[in-house]
Design a protein around this ligand. Sequence first.
Ligand code: UD1
Length: 422
Amino acid sequence: MTGGGSLRGRVRVTGAKNSALKLMAAALLASGRTTLEEVPDILDVEIMSEVLRRLGCDVAFERYPAGSGGGGRVHIEVPERPSSETDYDLVRRMRASISVLGPLVARLGTAKVALPGGDAIGSRGLDMHIAGLERLGATVVNEHGFLIATAPKLVGTSIWLDFPSVGATENLVMAAVLAEGTTIVDNAAREPEITDLCRLLSAMGARIDGAGTSTIAVEGVEELQPVAYTTVPDRIVAGTWAIGAVMTRGDLLIERAVAEHLSVPLEKLVSAGATVEARPDGVRVVMSDRPRCVDVVTLPYPGFPTDLQPMAVALAAVSTGTALITENVFEGRFMFVNELVRLGAHVRIDGHHAVVRGRERLSSAPVLATDIRAGAGLVLAGLLSDGVTEVQDVRHIDRGYPDFADQLRGVGVTIERTERPD
Ligand code: UD1
């Protein structure tokens, strides 16, 4: 890709990866045909489709026509009695496979799901998923690399999460919808993707109160029905575009972006000097000067999302002044900074803080995308680099940004995707 231009025009954002994967898992809670709209056409959705197929479901993906932002429709046909085992080869490829645990225990009284292991952004525990299921009456053992949960009957209870974990909140809500009695999940995660999941479950017949707040109450029901449902737009993809527009002093209409889901990031962009307009069809971001530095602290929603932290570091790397970026959610999430330094960024890491001294321009170099979000951050940095930047291992970016290169080209970037012989 060649740096120097600015992002101008419009981009369309499809549904959120982090919601669609859980909506697909939730389909397991009802036999029959669930249809999900605005599902991103990405590898993780393919992996989740394979997880569901091995559990006995039929899954079909229909891609929307070009210009949709890379979305499609998924049909999931769930049998009367799905199987209960998910193998390591799939869980290893995608940690979110763990979200079938709650629905399977709820539906079948048993689930055997491989343990995911670590990944490039740090260790990621499952203790809260396990403790919560145990509170609901399940027995959970860790044997030969598998978590095996059994519960002839799940019974509603109160669960306090030590940290508002997204994955644990989702798994526990999906387990509780078919439990006997009422479950209260306290210190629950409040991400829009949790609200989205609860909306799908409610449409299926679940009784849920407090989605989007720290206390979610679930009154168990006997049975759920399959429905058709549209995934919430991806706020992380939308936020990536917004930050890209500011870095490049562009003018971008981000169609389907929901400003309310991006309050803190958009406020930061206004502090950096941008004009942000929330519109019924999306969010428009306009920037004319070099951005001013802004400090960022990642926190669970509604705080600044950790998934936008690499883009915040990239923004700081080309802003005036010095910014302090603090990462509070994943301890290993600054590992990509070494790649950004290859582009000439001035970044010093001290524990979970990054001190970033902005430069007017970066300088192109080959860099390696180490995970989805780091990869997107590097692409944004490449937009401000003189010359041609080669981002390698873009398969990571593909996992979160369907059609990214095409969309970048559509808003004025000279970019080419090449396959490398191994
Ligand atoms: C989800 C998102 C990810 C996002 C993250 C935080 C998906 C597929 N991924 O990940 O993109 O960055 O939310 O917004 O939706 N933890 C424990 N024990 C547990 C559960 C979590 O210690 O039982 C820790 C993790 O190690 C991590 C922190 O809690 O440090 C946050 O994890 P969590 O909110 O669960 O993130 P995920 O659901 O894995």
